[in-house]
Design a protein around this ligand. Structure first.
Ligand code: ATP
Ligand code: MG
Length: 565
């Protein structure tokens, strides 16, 4: 976890320590970072960790951060993702200003660097097939074998490379390889492929190129071109660092960025890999990338997570090199912490049971004026109408209550929050024998705020007037996966086996307090006793609002019960 000695100072972790040292020693005048997603999917909560590290450190150390798309693979990339990613980063609260770049902006420069390597004898055109290259690469225990083309003269390689660019060859006919060391214990250093032929249209450069640079070649050089000082990436790139450094050392790089790796975020009960998320979307397990059960930034946004909760979460999990599996409750607690402070309160009955207060006049309506927020009087009050017929939560009534049951039961009294104490006189059943209505009496002396000393009513339940309510649909969510690490028990790692098929519960008869604030489109509400809810921006219709439960009030029901009594 991050620790900071003063609230004004940035949190301390090993990367921030390195940055601070480099700035203090004068190694760098100012910090330059980048966030480099590949536009082949939407961003997830793992990316938020990287966004917060790259954009966050730039902000803390008064440096700059480039928003750079790593668009070197024209086959998998789509414009839709570019737009979605920008929206997500902006939503997180970060700005790139004029520093929106694409690796493809640098294709010409990268090509020049490649020629430079060839001329120095540090790269050659390989004419073996991809299959042959793979076969001769060796294994972790065996060295690779030199290609017969490894020692072809640099002029020949240069000519071939220029012809590759000019479109003279078919896909796969040749590739450009770095000439490093086929016996290196690090397989990444065994003459890695730098360029390949791909006769496809690129979303930004169109038909201009038919050769495309590979990730390792592109990444470090793009960093150097942008003047990145600290290139922060996840641990799987640790083995690529020697190659990153080799490339920068062998060309005339405008600057030498330093690659530093940190551990990825893994969250239990979900998957965080674009490949897997795409599968969930394409196979219809979820309604889309922004399904509120998805741990994508768009899913979390639609579910009601405020960006401040995501930032708090990233701060809390911190940055280190150790592998970690974070419990979902850590993220949920961050949302609770933020939302408890900001959310206006409302009452909503999810599964209604009609209550008739037989001694309350039929034509009467009185209004209660509870605070929108119990600790924030400045947020003002709301108007909650009360009438002879109301709805209470079906689950707040038990015909045969267990001992110490404080909610409602035959012959028992309960307090209606903000209103009166009522007593259950009679239970009405429908033709199937199910409880369909309660007949009760209220005690006018117990009006909320009045002194009712000596009266022992332990239970307080929420309610909504049956004369005056808004009918809404509420969607309750559970984890998308039943197992902490989806696929971990399957020999094939098939994560789809562990899908929780009950991860959504749709309730369409919910009754909400009528005076829903005009801010319903942007605010997350606390439905008292139930949780935090956000109006679904996509599925809400003009006459039927849909609410997503962002998060429950507490981790467990028991705690809620204890707290209330
Ligand atoms: P995925 O495995 O989900 O497809 P990726 O690493 O291929 O992710 P990129 O678009 O390449 O996705 O990621 C952009 C940046 O976000 C990279 O610097 C990457 O290291 C970082 N990143 C991706 N996933 C995580 C994660 N789970 N935790 C922290 N950083 C991450
Ligand atoms: Mg990637």
């Amino acid at each position: 976890m991050n620790k900071s000695n003063s609230p004004d100072l940035p949190a301390i972790d090993f990367i921030r320590s390195i940055i601070r040292e480099d700035l203090e020693s004068g190694k760098h005048q100012s910090l330059v970072t980048r966030f480099p997603p590949e536009p082949n999917g939407h961003l997830h909560i793992g990316h938020a960790k990287s966004i917060q590290l790259n954009f966050g450190t730039a902000e803390e150390f008064k440096g700059i951060c480039f928003m750079r798309f790593d668009d070197t693979n024209p086959l998998k990339e789509e414009e839709e993702y570019v737009e979605g990613i920008l929206e997500d980063v902006k939503w997180m609260g970060y700005e790139w200003k004029e520093r929106l770049t694409y690796a493809s902006d640098y294709f010409e420069k990268l090509y020049e660097f490649a020629e430079e390597l060839i001329k120095k004898g540090k790269a050659y055109v390989e004419s073996q097939s991809a299959e042959e290259i793979r076969r001769t690469r060796g294994t972790l225990t065996e060295p690779g074998i030199n290609s017969p083309y490894r020692d072809r003269g640099f002029e020949e390689s240069l000519t071939l490379f220029r012809q590759m660019r000019a479109g003279k060859f078919d896909d796969g006919a040749h590739v450009l390889r770095a000439k490093i060391d086929m016996t290196s214990p690090n397989i990444n250093m065994r003459d890695p492929v730098l360029y390949r032929i791909r006769k496809v249209i690129h979303q930004r450069t169109g038909k201009k190129w038919c050769i495309y640079p590979l990730y390792d070649f592109t990444h470090g050089l793009s960093d150097a071109i942008e003047g990145v000082t600290h290139s922060l990436c996840t641990l799987e790139f640790e083995d690529h660092r020697p190659l990153y450094e080799w490339i920068l050392a062998e060309v005339t790089a405008p600057c030498i960025p330093r690659q530093i790796e940190f551990s990825r975020l893994n969250l239990l009960h979900t998957v965080l890999s674009k490949r897997k998320l795409i599968k969930l979307v394409e196979d219809g397990y979820v309604s889309g990338w922004d399904d509120p059960r998805m741990l994508t930034l768009s899913g979390l946004r639609r579910r009601g997570y405020p960006p401040s909760a995501i930032r708090l979460f990233c701060e809390r999990i911190g940055i280190s090199k150790s592998e970690n599996n974070i419990e979902m409750s850590v993220l949920e607690n961050c949302a609770r912490e933020i939302l408890d402070k900001t959310s206006p309160r409302l009452m909503c009955v999810l599964k209604p049971l009609k209550v008739v207060i037989t001694n309350y006049p039929e034509d009467k309506t009185e209004n209660f004026h509870p605070a929108k927020h119990p600790k924030k009087p400045e947020m003002g009050t709301r108007k909650v109408p009360f009438s002879r017929e109301i709805y209470i939560e079906y689950e707040d009534f038990r015909e045969d209550p267990p001992p110490n049951y404080f909610r409602f039961a035959p012959g028992k009294e309960v307090r209606l929050r903000y209103a009166y104490v009522i007593r259950c006189d009679k239970v009405i059943y429908d033709s199937t024998g199910r409880v369909s209505e309660l007949h009760c009496t209220y005690d006018p002396k117990t009006r909320s705020g009045a002194k009712t000393e000596g009266r022992k009513v332990k239970g307080i339940i929420h309610w909504v007037s049956a004369k005056n309510f808004i009918q809404v649909e509420v969607r309750l969510y559970d984890r998308l996966f039943a197992k902490p690490i989806p696929g971990s028990d399957d020999p094939e790692g098939n994560f789809l086996n562990d899908i929780n098929h009950n991860s959504i519960d749709i309730l369409s008869e919910c009754k909400l307090e009528p005076e829903i604030m005009t801010s319903a489109n942007k605010e997350v509400f606390q439905f008292e006793r139930i949780g935090y809810f956000f109006k679904d921006p996509k599925d809400s219709l003009e006459d039927t609002m849909v609410f997503n439960r962002t998060v429950t009030l507490r981790d467990a029901w028991e705690k809620l019960e204890q707290e209330q009594h």
